[in-house]
Design a protein around this ligand. Structure first.
Ligand code: AKB
Length: 360
C-alpha cells in the first residue's frame, strides 16, 4: 500500500499511532540489505521511503512503502500523523560522482533532506515522549588527504583527521554529521519548551561498499563492484582509475551487520557518535588481479578519468576503525581475499550464471 495518499494513513487506535522504524533510501544498495536484515531479525514495522517504487522481495518485508522525496516536508508531516517512529535509518543520498554534476541538488537532498529527517525525529520524540534513535551513514568522502604523498604518509586515518572533503557529497556528509550531533545535544538549546536529549544520533563512515546482489550507481568507489560484476557477466571493463588508486572497502553484509551492531549498542559504551569502518584496503590493480584469478577470461583495462581519479586519490588509503572495534565490537568477517572467495564470487556467479553464459 502506498501511503502518499493521506486517506490510506493507518488507523489510530486509542490515540496511539502504530509503532514504526523508518528507512529512507530503502531502494538503494544498502537499503536492500538493511530491509532484509531487519526482516530477518523479526522487525515487521518497517516503513520504507524511496523516490522509486520498492520492488522485489524486499518490498514485501515492509509494513508500508512510500514513494516520495525526503525534501517533501508535507510527506514527512504525514508520517508524523500516521506513525510513532522510534528508529530511523536515513540512507537516502546523492553519492559523490552524481553529486558533482548537480551539486546544489546534492546539497538539497543530502543536507536539506537530513535536516527534515532530524526535525521529524525531534517532533516524533516530542509527540510520543520517547527518544528516537537516528542511524546515519556517512562516508570516507568526508576526508581530503590533500595530495598522494600525504595520503601515503598517513595510511590509516582517524575520525578527526584530514576533514577537508573535495566533493559536495563529502561536504554534505561532514556537515550532516555535525547536524546530527547538534540535534542530539543542542537542538533549540535556548527554547523553554525544548525536549532535551530527544535524539540518539549514531553515525558510521562507510568505505567503498561492494555488494554481490546489486550494482552501484553514482559513486566514485564503484570501480571495484563494477569491475567484478563486469567480469562475472563477461563484459569488458575500462577502469576509470589507475591501478595504484587505493581506498578502504567493505562487503555489503559487513556494512549491514555493522549498522545494526551500532544501532543496538549500549549507549554507555559509545565514546563517540561518528565511527570509521573498514573491511580491507585495496588498490584497483590488486582488485583486478584477484578478479582475473576468479574470472580468467575477464577483460579489464585501465583508462583513468583524471577528475574522478582525483576524488579517489583525495580519500584515505585506509581508516583507523579501532574505536568501533573497541566500543561496540565491530569485527568485519570479510578481509580482502575472503570477501571474494567466500562472498562476492560465489554469489555473483550464481547471479550472473543465467544471464551471460559465464560458467558458474
Ligand atoms: C561514493 O563513491 O560516493 C560512495 C562513498 C565512498 O561513500 N560509495
Amino acid at each position: 500500500m502506498n501511503c502518499t495518499d493521506p486517506a490510506t494513513v493507518p488507523a489510530v487506535f486509542g490515540g496511539r499511532r502504530p509503532g514504526a522504524v523508518l528507512v529512507t533510501g530503502a531502494g538503494g544498495e544498502v537499503g536492500h540489505g538493511l530491509l532484509a536484515a531487519l526482516h530477518a531479525e523479526g522487525r515487521r514495522d518497517v516503513v520504507a521511503i524511496d523516490v522509486r517504487p520498492l520492488e522485489g522481495e524486499v518490498a514485501s518485508m515492509c509494513r508500508e512503502r512510500l514513494v516520495g522525496d525526503i525534501r517533501d516536508v508535507q510527506m514527512l508531516e504525514r508520517l508524523l500523523a500516521a506513525w510513532e517512529i522510534t528508529e530511523i535509518y536515513h540512507l537516502a543520498a546523492l553519492l559523490s560522482t552524481r553529486g558533482e554534476f548537480t551539486p546544489e541538488t546534492a546539497h538539497e537532498v543530502n543536507v536539506g533532506g537530513t535536516l527534515h529527517l532530524l526535525r521529524l525525529a525531534a517532533e516524533q520524540a516530542r509527540s510520543h515522549g520517547r527518544r528516537v534513535r537516528f542511524i546515519f551513514p556517512s562516508s570516507i568522502a568526508v576526508y581530503g588527504m590533500g595530495d598522494l604523498q600525504t595520503k601515503r604518509q598517513h595510511p590509516r586515518v582517524r575520525e578527526d583527521e584530514f576533514l577537508q572533503p573535495i566533493t559536495m557529497y563529502g561536504c554534505n556528509k561532514l556537515y550532516a554529521e555535525h547536524l546530527g550531533r547538534y540535534y542530539a545535544k543542542h537542538y533549540r538549546q535556548l527554547a523553554l519548551d525544548r525536549v532535551p536529549d530527544a535524539i540518539d544520533f549514531r553515525c558510521l563512515r562507510y568505505p567503498g561498499l561492494i555488494s554481490a546482489d546489486t550494482l552501484p550507481a553514482g559513486g566514485t568507489s564503484d570501480f571495484a563492484p563494477e569491475m567484478l560484476h563486469a567480469a562475472a557477466s563477461g563484459t569488458p571493463y575500462r577502469c576509470f582509475v589507475s591501478p595504484g588508486a587505493t581506498i578502504p572497502f567493505m562487503t555489503m553484509p559487513d556494512a549491514i551487520e555493522a549498522t545494526l551492531q551500532l544501532a543496538r549498542a549500549e549507549e554507555a559504551s559509545l565514546t563517540r557518535r561518528v565511527y570509521n569502518l573498514s573491511g580491507f584496503s585495496a588498490s584497483a590493480g590488486r582488485i583486478a588481479e584477484l578478479v582475473r584469478s576468479f574470472f580468467p577470461g575477464a577483460s579489464i583495462s585501465f583508462e583513468a578519468d583524471r577528475q574522478r581519479e582525483a576524488i579517489v586519490d583525495s580519500w584515505p588509503e585506509d581508516v583507523d576503525d579501532d574505536a568501533a572495534r573497541r566500543d561496540w565490537g565491530f569485527a568485519p568477517r570479510h578481509g580482502f581475499h575472503k570477501a571474494f572467495s567466500e562472498y562476492l564470487v560465489p554469489r555473483i556467479r550464481a547471479l550472473h550464471a543465467g544471464r551471460s553464459g559465464v560458467p558458474a
